[in-house]
Design a protein around this ligand. Structure first.
Ligand code: CP3
Length: 348
């Protein structure tokens, strides 16, 4: 007798745990969003942060790419700034720009504006996840939160930043304040992850997207302890944890050591190098360059085949992009990539 299909026996969870899979699981960062006309229609006239707090809308937007592309996981539709806004920080998501903070974080007094997140601040998140796991059935839902460096950078800079100059100045100029800020952000991220898993998410991803801006020494001293704390919040719940950042080729082993089962790899480092750099200790996720989705089919397909082949040498492989789907991407190309990954990775 075979057990009924469940999220815990899904391709994604088995690959994340380093178990044998009959096919490489595939999902895409930012698979929900502006590349889909059905997303643009639903979002018409609804501000981003408001959309993230409406359970029916969240569930529908999360389901759209699952139905359309046949991906092996759903990623919860929300944003890394949702828990920050939920504790009262005046932050907005401006289309075409990203997070914008009304009063950037600069002094010790600003810590008072960042109280602890409690599950009662986000009851709608629990409700959204409940709706989703019911609808998804055996397809796993990935919950997520923003990593400490990325969240701190938005708060300190007041918005997106190329050089993270004020953030690094605070880190080195007032290490005690930096650690206090990151301590709070890790609590917030850890609780946000826990709320999602307790409501039924099957895996989590910590997005420390901009951590690649740091040297190894600075990452290890100023960020890693806090990422470790955020990821430790869900360790007792037993779900696979994915840890991702952009341009983090030099940090992969440290990011793995934060307490994760899967290391996210961007497109600058091959999966083979990523496995070598992490001593084969973790499953890997990645790493197609999102810009290649704009290339003609043959070179794109060739790259997909190469990534699948390289992923076979890893302890486990989850196919993904090296960063999020770009808004102008043709969604039909994404569907074709999903089909190709499944086809070329199928074990007979
Ligand atoms: O499908 C998914 O991946 C799920 C949803 C998701 C969003 N944001 C939705 C979103 C996830 C996982 C995020 C995380 C996030 N948010 C990160 C980490 C991932 C990464 O891309 O590195 C970061 C850095 C943010 C901050 C942020 N929020 C940015 C830079 C932007 C883009 C601004 C823009 O308009 O170009 C946002 C807004 C945002 N978050 C959108 C979506 C779908 C676009 C809003 C819209 O559709 O109007």
């Amino acid at each position: 007798m075979t057990a009924a299909p469940s999220a815990s026996s899904s391709l994604l969870l088995r690959a994340a745990r380093g178990e044998q899979v009959e096919q490489t699981p595939v999902w895409f960062m930012r698979q929900a969003g502006r590349s889909l006309p059905e997303y643009r229609a639903l979002r018409e006239g609804v501000p981003m942060l408001e959309a993230c707090r409406r359970p029916e809308l969240v569930a529908e937007i999360t389901m759209q790419p699952v139905r359309r592309h046949g991906v092996d996981a759903a990623i919860f539709f929300s944003d890394i700034v949702v828990p920050v806004a939920a504790v009262g920080v005046d932050i907005d998501l401006v289309a075409g720009i990203g997070p914008v903070v009304a009063d950037p974080f600069r002094t010790r007094a600003d810590l008072d504006r960042l109280p602890e997140l409690t599950p009662d601040d986000v009851p709608d998140i629990t409700e959204s996840v409940h709706l989703l796991v019911r609808e998804l059935g055996p397809t796993p839902l990935i919950g997520f939160a923003g990593g400490p460096f990325t969240l701190a950078s938005y708060l300190v800079e007041g918005g997106p930043s190329r050089h993270h100059a004020r953030t690094k100045a605070l880190m080195h100029g007032d290490p005690a304040l930096w650690h206090d800020l990151c301590h709070r952000l890790a609590q917030l991220a850890g609780t946000f992850l826990k709320v999602q898993v307790e409501a039924g998410a099957s895996a989590v991803q910590l997005f420390d997207s901009w951590a690649g801006a740091l040297s190894r020494a600075d990452y290890e001293r100023f960020v890693l302890p806090h990422s470790r704390a955020a990821l430790a919040a869900v360790e007792p719940l037993g779900v696979p944890r994915i840890h991702f950042g952009v341009g983090t080729g030099e940090l992969l082993d440290l990011m793995g050591s934060a307490g994760t089962e899967v290391v996210g790899v961007d497109y600058r480092v091959s999966l083979a190098d990523a496995v070598a750099r992490t001593g084969g200790q973790y499953a890997v996720q990645g790493n197609l360059d999102p810009a290649l989705l704009f290339a003609p089919w043959e070179p794109l397909a060739e790259r997909v085949r190469e990534i699948v082949a390289e992923g076979r040498k890893a302890p486990g492989h989850v196919f993904n992009l090296g960063h999020g789907v770009l808004p102008e991407t043709d969604p039909d190309v994404i569907t074709r990539v999903v089909e190709l990954v499944h086809e070329v990775s199928a074990r007979t």
